[in-house]
Design a protein around this ligand. Structure first.
Ligand code: CA
Length: 266
């Protein structure tokens, strides 16, 4: 992983007229489009019509080693997502040419395996709820601290990493393919929601080992999860049912009381 302390982008908070201001040198100004980097192959699409935020975020992410594209409109975002299938999309909900929630829905359709993180205005709880329903995985409220946003991006990409590198995880009759976002039991495909998929990917990557509740919440939901960890129990329960319904052994997912969960390598 790229060291978090490497980036040296200077963030100025509370700029008039902008939610977050990222300082950059004028001679390094670049238009929307590709921000190339060779260190990390993971691709991030920044969808943001505000020029200062869009360019600043793109530069900061490129400094972290990601390959970054910046789309100032929904039309460009859809084209880029279709062409490049980014690993993660940072999606500003307030765009000039299309409602951000509708764009989220369309992005989810053209790129099902992509992690979508919404950027929302403070106090827009309705946006958050509707956005999560539309297929977003997480949200960050503006104004945000750049360091926090980068940490969230790292957390999302880190949990995709072990399987992403291997491409495919196999435990017993379970097979999970990150790139195609497919999961099957004995060759029989199982339809999983994004969080169920991420949760199973983490447990499969750690098969035979207990994965603590806190780690699961941090890696699958992120540490700022606003709900209770009851959500985790509900997802485990749904996963158990889906796996058994698809013909898996009944004791695949063990509850380790007070600690977490273990996927049994049966
Ligand atoms: Ca905007």
């Amino acid at each position: 992983m790229v060291n978090a302390t490497r980036h040296s982008v200077n963030v100025r908070q509370n700029l008039p007229g902008t939610a977050v201001g990222v300082a950059f040198r004028p001679h390094r100004r670049r238009p929307p489009g590709a921000y190339a980097a060779a260190v990390d192959e993971r691709q991030i699409l920044v969808v943001e019509d505000d020029e200062a935020i869009g360019r600043g975020l793109s530069q900061a992410l490129a400094t972290q080693g990601y390959t970054v594209r910046w789309a100032p409109t929904a039309a460009v975002a859809l084209r880029d997502a279709t062409e490049a299938a980014p690993d993660l999309v940072l999606l500003d909900l307030g765009l000039p040419d299309l409602d951000g929630v509708e764009l989220c829905r369309r992005l989810r359709a053209v790129s099902p395996g992509t992690t979508i993180v919404m950027l929302t205005a403070r106090g827009a709880e309705i946006d958050v709820v509707v956005g999560l329903d539309a297929g977003a995985d997480d949200y960050v409220t503006k104004p945000f601290r750049l360091a926090e946003l980068l940490a969230r991006v790292r957390a999302h990409l880190r949990r995709a990493e072990p399987a992403g590198r291997a491409g495919r995880l196999v435990v017993g009759s379970l097979e999970l393919d990150i790139a195609s976002h497919r999961m099957s039991v004995g060759g029989r495909e199982v339809d999983l929601r994004p969080k169920e998929f991420d949760l199973l990917a983490l447990l499969m990557a750690e098969a035979g080992r207990v994965v603590g509740r806190e780690r699961i919440m941090a890696e699958v939901w992120d540490e700022h999860w606003f709900g209770s960890t009851k959500t985790l129990d509900m997802h485990i329960s749904t996963l158990r049912k889906k796996l058994v319904d698809a013909g898996d052994v009944p004791n695949r997912l063990s509850t380790i009381r007070g600690v977490g969960y273990r996927l049994e390598p049966l």
